[in-house]
Design a protein around this ligand. Structure first.
Ligand code: ARG
Length: 587
């Protein structure tokens, strides 16, 4: 039982002793931390029902509560609010059982859910750009948050690996190296193991091919024909396409290692190719799919909001398989293979209509009996001009450049002495990367998911304010405080924290408040709530650090303060893990 539940059960017992409905205690954390830790506002409503005076009723309940030394003070205020301040004993004796657990007192909801989360969504042969930071970082945090809450979660990258972009690349390669065996339908040997291009080559070739196809109709026609042959299963083109995947995935994994992002499934749009063919035949036969001006579409009718939804285009008149078609077939696959309770999509908010259409079509096909799909949209990362962030000359800002900018900003702060003053040059080099990348993630996650934000490398790497470095610094301080005093970070039942000084109480209460934040973040899939919590925790810890010295205190106080530090570090680590923040060894 966590602290809130303990308070609720005590208050419930007091209501019961007064012959009152224990369901109506309305216990919550106090709005008036100056006078109480928790309050119970149930007397007001109950007094109305019983046609009695709420203050008198509240007094009766308070009299019961005062008999328990769990509470330090119980007062009745205003029209009949009961304000409770917990005793030191209540705060300290429960610490180990509640806080030292691997959920820090958060109680997992039952039954747990099975969730497929679709995030990241990079496209083969294209370098990740600034717009890819959010789907990766937010998706990873939501995945970890759901796992923290006990859900069984499958993270799927859903690679953009199908359709015309693949044909365009092939057209460009064919133009450059027409003699490659992949293009020769008569070739019967084995294809080369070494790809005839590097990741860099692909990144250069794709935009070029895309541009050419807009100016050169014959080039576009070749790309389309290559796409068609690939999708129809041409052996050589399939082998070439495998090389695209291999080269791109290797490149992606390097970046994911740096960003600490892991996928359970590395499937892509291509994965449902066969399923899609079968689905289309079925939908044609039952009349769900109709022909409209040569295109094969699913009419959708009214959206939930009442507006008419445009039809979902499955196959364009030129035979191209559309984005919505692969997404629809992927829902069918996920439902059949995993039978999930929820499918979450962490994708740019600008794709809102697309998902509304896909979900509506899936519903029409009867795929959503159990699975509830949700598009968790996010805003864009903007430059100071409030437009999507670009390089200085207006080019595409790659994710690599973005990470490097953040890491460099952290190094600059170290060289300027704002942090890392005691680090050697080589330590600065390494630690600035840990700090810079975590700072970048935190700056992204702390913003409300749905909103746009402005990327400011100088601000996000500052040690002051609501930033990653501020949090990391507090955590490094916790560790070094323990080390300096010969304590480890392992919690044991004789770690009884102190709770006498105001800063100690405030910090301890913050630790006990973790379940509320986790629940809100989980219910709404909003990692920024965890960021808020962790920031406040760091602030409370810093106050404690300044107000409550450990040196020159009596052994009990020293032991208690070190214990409080251990609990704080434990909870901070749990939350940092959800956010994917790495705590450097020193700072
Ligand atoms: N590859 C897509 C893009 O770059 C994102 C994929 C998102 N996931 C999905 N199931 N549609 O826009």
């Amino acid at each position: 039982m966590n602290l809130q539940h303990l308070v609720k059960s005590k208050v419930g017992a007091a209501y019961a002793a007064c012959g009152l409905n224990t369901e109506k205690t309305l216990v919550k954390t106090s709005d008036r931390p100056d006078i109480s830790d928790y309050q119970s506002n149930g007397a007001l409503g109950l007094a109305k029902e019983l046609k009695t005076n709420p203050r008198i009723l509240a007094e009766q309940i308070a009299t019961q509560l005062r008999q328990d030394d769990f509470f330090d003070t119980v007062t009745v205020d205003g029209p009949g609010f009961i304000n409770m301040r917990l005793s030191t004993r209540a705060l300290t004796e429960n610490a180990f059982n509640i806080l030292a657990t691997d959920t820090g007192g958060y109680e997992r909801p039952t039954p747990v859910k099975k969730i497929v989360i679709d995030y990241g969504g990079p496209n083969i042969a294209k370098a990740l750009h600034v717009g890819h930071l959010r789907p990766h970082v937010i998706g990873e945090a939501i995945k970890r948050l759901c796992r923290f809450a006990g859900d069984e979660v499958i993270g799927d990258i859903h690679l953009g690996d199908w359709g015309l972009p693949m044909g365009l690349l092939m057209a460009e390669i064919q133009e450059r190296q027409p003699d490659l065996p992949y293009f020769n339908t008569a070739f019967s040997g084995s294809y080369p193991d070494i790809p005839p291009f590097t990741a860099k080559d692909l990144e250069v070739m794709y935009p070029l091919a895309s541009q050419k196809s807009k100016q050169d109709a014959a080039y576009l026609a070749r790309a389309k024909e290559l796409t068609r042959r690939l999708q129809a299963g041409d052996k050589g083109l399939k082998a070439l396409w495998q090389q695209f995947i291999g080269v791109s995935v290797t490149e992606l994994k390097k970046l994911y290692h740096e960003l600490d992002i892991q996928f359970d499934l590395w499937r892509g749009e291509s994965h449902v190719n066969d399923r899609l063919k079968a689905l289309i035949e079925r939908l044609k036969a039952d009349g769900t799919l109709i022909l409209d001006d040569g295109a094969q579409i699913i009419p959708l009718g009214k959206a939930k909001g009442g507006n008419d939804l445009p039809p979902l285009i499955m196959i364009k008149s030129d035979g191209a398989v559309m984005y919505g078609a692969t997404d629809l077939a992927t829902i069918e696959e996920r439902v059949t293979e995993f039978n999930p309770d929820e499918i979450l999509y962490v994708v740019d908010a600008r794709q809102g209509l697309h998902f509304e259409q896909v979900f509506s079509a899936a519903d029409k096909l009867g795929l959503l009996h159990k699975a509830k799909p949700t598009h968790l949209g996010f805003g864009t990362i903007n430059g100071r001009d409030n437009k999507p962030f670009k390089t200085r000359d207006g080019g595409v800002m790659t994710l690599r450049m973005l990470i490097d900018i953040a890491n460099k900003a952290a190094l600059d702060k170290m060289n300027a002495g704002e942090m890392g003053r005691d680090l050697s040059e080589s330590e600065k080099e390494n630690i600035s990367k840990i700090v810079g990348t975590s700072a970048l993630k935190f700056a992204d996650l702390m913003n409300e998911r749905t909103k746009n934000y402005i990327f400011d490398p100088d601000k996000l790497t500052s040690v002051e304010g609501k930033t990653g470095p501020y949090l990391l610094y507090a955590m490094v301080r916790m560790k070094s405080l323990l080390e300096k005093n010969g304590a480890t970070d392992v919690l044991s039942s004789d770690d009884i924290p102190t709770a006498c000084a105001p800063a100690e109480r405030a910090l301890l209460l913050r630790l006990y408040a973790l379940p509320d934040s986790v629940q809100t973040a989980y219910d709404n899939k909003t990692p920024h709530v965890i960021c808020d919590y962790l920031f406040k925790l760091a602030q409370d810890f810093n106050l404690f650090y300044h107000d409550c010295p450990i040196k020159d205190t009596d052994p009990t106080t020293k032991h208690g303060r070190l214990a409080l530090t251990k609990y704080t570090l434990h909870i901070a680590r749990l939350m940092a893990h959800i956010l994917g923040l790495h705590i450097p060894p020193k700072m």
